[in-house]
Design a protein around this ligand. Structure first.
Ligand code: F6R
Length: 369
């Protein structure tokens, strides 16, 4: 059942090339036209969308943050991301021109279900990105975009997360196609880079020995920080959440730009800090800013562990350890940079003797408020 792996989590981390590939499967034609048959909302209605609100909890909300970067960039539609349980209780402003995109692996998360119901009552259109066929949230939504990650057994989400991000990109591209905010050629290019992702994830999986070795050497760590910027920010949050959940180690993810506004005070001798470095090709030149963040924390004694794009030599001088991921376009990087962080948490928790499939106090689907 575990396909020769020690845990479902490890197996599911290795299922990720297939999870991404299967989620892309059949959703575009050779000319780069998106065909999202399941998106049963009238095209004119979708064209009239003026605001998108993504609702989700936990890891799924980090996929939602990636969705925001992608959809705003590609479609020029404002996107808010909100934790489902906060959304319902703040009198949010919603109308018929608001599109609600809920993201849920299980499709049964009570907080998200209640938030979707609330939004529907206020007249919003609702789309669900979901991994579980026929579950409650997609049934109650106007439309659904299924992720095809296959059943996720381990409590901590891994392959569903990558599949959610993939589906979010597809939704963004579809809306961009519909509203003509991207040229067909641009959409085709992005789709072609997406199609290359599964093989790149596989490369990371095939070269995971050094990250595993690092994880085993850090089993005594009492706190680990994660920094990221732009689409690397949700990746940092996810890296921290995985470590909390699985290894019961205090971990925090920060937007790298926030460092000087407080978190840098946490840095002292030996503090491990993961830094998810943006692509050197990022159009906002965030790369240099994050590299200087690495220098800042290192100067204060941090042990810097860097996840960067292959070929990025600039980070070497400031990093205790560097893990390279294959190149892709900056927007798609979360599909790659997340993977070493998942492997790290899984291996570290395993080294501590914990059950990574069933972390203490957690349930796979949270069906209570
Ligand atoms: C983290 C994790 C949780 C879920 C969250 C939402 O590893 O699994 O944070 O992501 O409970 O669950 P779904 O996506 O089923 O709504």
């Amino acid at each position: 059942e575990k396909g020769g792996f020690a845990s479902f989590m490890e197996k599911e981390i290795h299922d990720q090339p297939a999870a991404v590939a299967d989620t892309l499967l059949g959703r575009s034609d050779v000319d780069g036209n998106l065909i999202l048959d399941e998106l049963r909302i009238d095209e004119d209605e979708l064209k009239s969308i003026r605001k998108i609100i993504v609702l989700a909890c936990g890891t799924s909300s980090y996929a939602g943050m990636v969705a925001k970067y992608a959809i705003e960039r590609w479609c020029r539609i404002p996107v808010e991301v909100e934790l489902s349980h906060e959304f319902r209780y703040r009198d949010p402003i919603i109308d018929a021109n608001t599109l609600i995109v809920s993201i849920s692996q299980s499709g049964e998360t009570m907080d998200t279900l209640m938030a979707v119901r609330y939004a529907k009552e206020q007249g919003a259109r609702t789309v669900s990105i979901c991994n579980t066929n026929g579950s409650t949230i997609p049934r109650e939504s106007d439309a659904v975009l299924y992720t095809h990650a296959g059943p996720e057994i381990a409590v901590a989400s891994t392959k569903a997360f990558l599949a959610q991000i993939t589906a979010a990109y597809l939704l963004g591209l579809y809306l961009a196609q519909l509203t003509k905010k991207l040229y067909r050629e641009e959409i085709k290019d992005i789709l072609s880079d997406l199609a290359d992702i599964p093989a790149k994830v596989q490369q990371i999986l095939d070269n995971a020995d050094s990250i595993k070795e690092l994880a085993r050497s850090m089993s005594e760590a009492s706190s680990v920080l994660f920094l990221g910027r732009n689409v690397g920010y949700p990746v940092a949050l996810e890296g921290a959440l995985k470590l909390k959940e699985l290894a019961y180690i205090h971990a925090e993810g920060f937007a790298a730009g926030e460092l000087k506004h407080g978190p840098i005070a946490l840095i002292d001798e030996g503090q491990p800090v993961f830094v998810v470095v943006p692509s050197p090709m990022d159009r906002h030149s965030l790369h240099a800013k994050v590299v200087s963040n690495i220098q800042e924390v290192r100067a204060r004694g941090a042990k810097t562990i860097v996840v960067a794009e292959a070929g990025d030599e600039t980070v070497r001088d400031y990093a205790e350890r560097v893990f390279y991921v294959p190149e892709t376009q900056p927007m798609l990087m979360p599909l790659l940079t997340t993977v070493p962080l998942q492997i790290f948490a899984c291996e570290l928790a395993t080294a501590k003797g914990y059950d990574v499939d069933q972390p203490r106090n957690l349930a796979k689907s949270v069906t209570v408020e």
